[in-house]
Design a binder for this molecule. Structure first.
Ligand code: IPM
Ligand code: MN
Length: 361
């Protein structure tokens, strides 16, 4: 928990591009209903950051925006990505910029198959697919360190450097151990480091040594290790093996898309970019993109955005409200939805929001 619980929650809302605003609206609908039931107060402020604003003004984040966002208890982000904006502009200028500037060094991505949700893994159900990935969120190849030499010639060289620091991996690994302890899995507490120590013999050696050191502070958590390639295999073959995974930024990006599909796809998967330090501002988002082709049709699945609201509430100390939302979502996926795919839910986007609200009581 990063900010006080009893005071009014101040939430910055960035609906973003494409279907972002539609799913954010359903998340806010559920937030409003659960706040009334749990008697807490909150205020939201909207920010128009995203592709449309960039095309109009030429800036992704205006001057002072980050410092304004820093004052909020949390940020609720819809999606960024616009067909008319070249790849990388919004991703780097908004999403990664906020992660870095707000030092959201944890990317928390639960992989949980909810009741009634179809997984592509045959023979596996909700009891088998229930683990959490803790992805480091500020280092690795994401730092933007690199360059070109002799660009556009036959002798061109490009570098993209992975940066790992003791501080960066230690704070993430320690948080992951603490999280594993708190999660208190009845099957046993286990934290699996996912890396590639057999090839990345400098950077991932640092991760490995740091993991061994921090593990000594947590004798009640079993330390475990998987190479990332083997981890992908096990996630498909034996997902029930995992409790909590801690991993580097790039590997975490890749394995959480695999995790997302195991839990029923991007209509369901949510994540939190967390700055756990006192006063830190965390940002919660559905993991799916802006899905421009579905914009305005009312067919996109808002469950991931509603799950993101539950994560936001949990991080802001509203645990009872978070639990209530989680239970409501599970009852809707379990008994009311035909599918989690856009256009195949058996209901419109806003009807799903209404069903979750109705299930809150
Ligand atoms: C994610 C996304 C981002 C990432 C992109 C959009 C920069 O894929 O949140 O996983 O790579 O982290
Ligand atoms: Mn990704």
């Amino acid at each position: 928990m990063s900010k006080a619980t009893s005071k009014k929650l101040n939430i910055a809302v960035i609906p973003g591009d494409g279907t972002g605003p539609e799913v954010v609206a359903e998340g806010l609908k559920v937030l409003k209903a659960v706040a009334a039931l749990e008697s807490f107060t909150y205020e939201t402020k909207n920010f128009d950051f995203g592709g449309d604003r960039y095309l109009k003004t030429g800036d992704v984040l205006p001057a002072g925006a980050v410092d304004e966002l820093r004052k909020f208890d949390a940020i609720f982000l819809g999606a960024v990505g616009h067909p008319d904006v070249p790849p990388g502009v919004l991703e780097k200028g908004l999403l990664l910029e906020l992660r870095f500037q707000l030092d959201q060094y944890i990317n928390l991505r639960p992989v949980k198959l909810l009741p009634g949700v179809e997984t592509p893994l045959s023979g596996k159900g909700p009891a088998d697919i229930d683990f959490v990935v803790v992805r480091e969120n500020t280092e690795d190849m994401y730092c933007g360190v690199g360059g070109f030499l002799k660009k556009h010639t036959a002798d061109e060289v490009a570098t993209q450097t992975a940066i790992y620091t003791r501080k960066g991996c230690e704070r993430c690994i320690r948080w992951a151990f603490e999280y594993t302890r708190k999660r208190n899995n009845p099957k046993g507490r286990m934290l699996t480091l996912v890396a590639k120590t057999n090839v990345l013999t400098y950077g991932h050696d640092l991760w490995w040594r740091t993991f061994q050191d921090v593990a000594k502070e947590f004798p009640d958590v079993k330390p475990d290790y998987n190479h990332v390639d083997a981890c992908c295999m096990w996630m498909v073959k034996n997902p029930e093996y995992f409790d909590v995974i801690v991993t580097t930024n790039m590997f975490g990006d890749i394995i959480t898309d695999l995790g997302g599909i195991l839990q029923g796809g991007m209509g369901v998967a949510a994540g939190g970019n967390i700055n756990p330090d006192p006063g830190g501002t965390s940002m919660f988002e559905p993991m799916g993109g802006s899905a421009p082709k579905y914009t305005g049709q009312g067919v996109i699945n808002p469950i991931a955005a509603i799950n993101a609201v539950a994560m936001l509430l949990e991080q802001c100390g509203q645990t009872a409200a978070a639990d209530r939302v989680n239970r409501a979502v599970a009852s809707v996926t379990g008994s009311k939805m035909k599918s989690q795919a856009a256009g195949k839910m058996g209901h419109s986007t806003s009807q799903i929001g209404d069903l979750v609200v109705a299930a809150l009581v």
